[in-house]
Design a protein around this ligand. Structure first.
Ligand SMILES: *Cc1c(COP(=O)(O)O)cnc(C)c1O
Length: 426
């Protein structure tokens, strides 16, 4: 009994984990950035690899005892390189693609790009947060907006698509050192080649942040910035369906700058248990079943968006090319937050979100963001998407009706019982 299991050692934490396990099983999870990591990924993450300190990189470490860790990191890198070269935006020799798997998550991966290429107060351009960009692309509350000069670009008023004419005009005017293309709430295909040509014209580093779409990119379901951008960052836990972590791909010429920015520039020891989880996720993503998964994620998003459109909801840009959609509730006269909270009580979990040019405040905006990566991991398909659209409509139409929320929640639970989710214990 020197080493009892969690339930014995700490019933409180064990109960909380069991509660979350049940919540994730019994609800329809539509948060666009979330997924279900497989049991194999979870096992790697819960392993003894997290006990080991390994500052540095394979064969260049600061502590002894790296016999196993070096192999883990090299395996993760080799698998990612092979996987992401398969659908590269421009062909690349394997030796020209450098991979760093040590960033603790997506935000630290992006910080490493700043540290590698910029000096304080240099100019950065990224999609503005209200238009669907990420905090780390220069938003005012982020360190990236405080320590650098940020020039955000937006989407067009007419169709809510990224305005490449504006990107070019602002880039010519402000000559950014760094140009980001990456989104957190944008439903359309990103034109990496167009960003490349603008970056070339003004002499900027072009960084693509594929945090949300890396699972679609490696499956060939969204165009790839590999070989096009100077550097590509990503999380590993969104559509990629791995552990919570980050990764950076770059051209060989930037390898040293990126590696030094991650360690010793920003971080200490890498999370080796996460690195192992990334290796497992890369193996899973290289199976034909993952390509089918990525295609189904997009097909499900298109079905759900069309069904909501049909029920009179505003869908920004009129639909989606990827795993998510932005719903504008203005026509329904329900604010985003009230709708999201009513849906949560009904077992349909998503987040309120600003829509482009939102007249309402960020803490209570006009819209909802809906994503299909998690429900697709459970094997849900067209029939379930149509049912989910009906349930969303029902609950949003009467956000104060708690009886309706309770009956919908029971229906959700019943539906979910037919779709066991990867990684969960039943
Ligand atoms: C999620 C996201 C990140 C940040 O990832 P964290 O792991 O939450 O730090 C960065 N960029 C984009 C575009 C994202 O969507």
């Amino acid at each position: 009994m020197l080493d009892p299991e969690l339930a014995e050692r700490d019933p409180d934490v064990a109960r909380l984990i069991a509660d979350e396990n049940r919540r994730e099983h019994e609800t329809v999870r539509l948060i666009a950035s979330e997924n279900y990591a497989s049991r194999a990924v979870l096992e790697a993450m819960g392993s003894c690899l997290g006990n080991k300190y390994s500052e540095g990189y394979a064969k260049k470490r600061y502590y002894e005892g790296q016999q196993v860790i070096d192999e883990v990191e090299e395996l993760a890198i080799a698998r990612l390189r092979r996987l992401f070269l398969e659908h590269a935006g421009r062909p690349m020799a394997p030796d020209d693609l450098h991979v760093n798997v040590q960033p603790y998550s997506g935000s630290p991966a992006n910080l490493a790009v700043y540290l590698a290429f910029l000096k304080p107060h240099d100019t950065v351009m990224g999609l503005g947060l209200p238009a669907g960009g990420h905090l780390t692309h220069g938003h005012s509350v982020s360190i990236t907006g405080k320590f650098f000069k940020s020039v955000p670009y937006g989407v067009r008023r007419e169709d809510h698509r990224i305005d490449m004419d504006e990107v070019r005009r602002l880039a010519r005017e402000h000559r950014p050192r760094l140009l980001w293309c990456g989104t957190t709430a944008y439903p359309r295909t990103l034109d990496f080649e167009a960003f490349r040509s603008i970056a070339d014209e003004v002499g900027a580093i072009f960084a693509a942040d594929i945090a949300h779409i890396s699972g679609l990119v490696c499956a060939g379901v969204h165009p790839s910035p590999i070989g096009v951008a100077d550097v590509v960052t990503s999380t590993t836990h969104k559509t990629f369906r791995g552990p919570r972590g980050g990764m950076i791909f770059c051209k060989k010429e930037h390898a040293q700058a990126i590696d030094r920015a991650v360690f010793p520039g920003l971080q200490g020891g890498p999370h080796n248990q996460t690195t192992a989880g990334i290796a497992v996720a890369a193996l899973e993503a290289s199976q034909p079943s993952f390509v089918a998964y990525a295609k189904a994620v997009v097909a499900n998003a298109k079905t759900l968006a069309a069904a909501l459109l049909e029920r009179g909801y505003g869908v920004t840009t009129g639909g989606t090319d990827n795993h998510l959609m932005l719903i504008d509730l203005t026509s329904k006269n329900v604010p985003g937050k009230a709708a999201a909270q009513a849906l949560d009580r009904a077992g349909v979990v998503l987040n309120y979100n600003a829509v482009p040019f939102d007249p309402r405040k960020p803490f209570d905006p006009s819209g909802l963001r809906i994503g299909t990566p998690a429900v697709t991991s459970r094997g849900m398909g067209k029939a379930e998407m149509l049912r989910i659209a009906e349930m969303i409509d029902r609950v949003v139409s009467a956000p104060g009706d708690t009886d309706l929320q309770a009956s919908t929640q029971a229906e959700v639970r019943e539906m979910c019982s037919h779709f066991p989710a990867p990684g969960l214990r039943l």
